[in-house]
Design a protein around this ligand. Structure first.
Ligand code: CA
Length: 221
């Protein structure tokens, strides 16, 4: 899972990015509206955190641009004050949730998880697939009722697959959801991560659909 963070307050952006990475998310930071708009239009994200007061292009205009271009990503807007009209304008532009500053990073984490879960069509916080279970709000996996320890890359891949457990997820899309914008993709290829995950949860759980991508196999117990 990968999050776009558009925030010009460097200290706040760093704090949020640290909290999100600590919960296994890949995070890209844009410090002005133009860069944020560009990243949101050209890269694939599971959700965005968007400050409204930004240099070079304001957050409302960025959001309107994404929606006009048909970008479906859930957007959590950050408002500097408890202004009713600012929130209304945000929702009218296509925002999915808002937070008023100041806030706790952990609240952003919980709201983003809820947005991503909802966008994938899950109302309940727990998503199961055979003997595998994902607490989409707590962020933890269990296999046969026991905690499953995963690296950040393994978590990003498996959470994407389980939230879309009934579909084939294209390989290119999985790669986009694994890596941050400027990361070195060679060192952790998708196939290596899939291989490691198969060692942990059982080879038969992750199906390779040749020429298309990967699919989680949720056979009944
Ligand atoms: Ca700002």
């Amino acid at each position: 899972m990968r999050i776009l963070l558009v925030e010009d307050d460097a200290a706040l952006a760093d704090e949020l990015a640290r909290a999100l990475r600590g919960e296994n998310f890949a995070v890209d930071i844009a410090t002005n509206g133009e860069d944020g708009a560009h990243l949101g239009e050209t890269e694939l994200y599971d959700a965005a955190v968007l400050d409204l007061g930004l240099p070079r292009r304001d957050g409302l205009s960025v959001l309107q641009g994404w929606r006009a271009a048909g970008r479906p990503l859930p957007v959590l807007i950050l408002t500097a004050r408890d202004g009713w009209s600012e929130k209304v304008a945000g929702f009218k532009a296509g925002a999915d949730d808002y937070l008023t500053k100041p806030f706790r990073s952990q609240e952003v984490v919980m709201r983003l998880r809820a947005l991503v879960r909802r966008a994938a069509g899950h109302a309940a916080p727990r998503v199961t697939c055979g003997s595998l279970s994902f607490d989409a709000q707590g962020g933890n996996f269990e296999l046969d009722g026991k905690p499953l320890r995963l690296t950040a890359f393994e978590w990003r891949l498996l959470s994407t697959l389980i939230l879309r457990r009934d579909s084939v997820v294209p390989r290119t899309e999985l790669v986009e959801r694994l890596y941050e914008y400027d990361s070195d993709v060679d060192s952790n290829t998708l196939e290596v991560i899939v291989w490691r995950l198969r060692q942990k949860i059982g080879a038969e759980m992750i199906q390779t659909i040749r020429g298309r991508g990967y699919k989680l196999s949720c056979v009944a117990e």
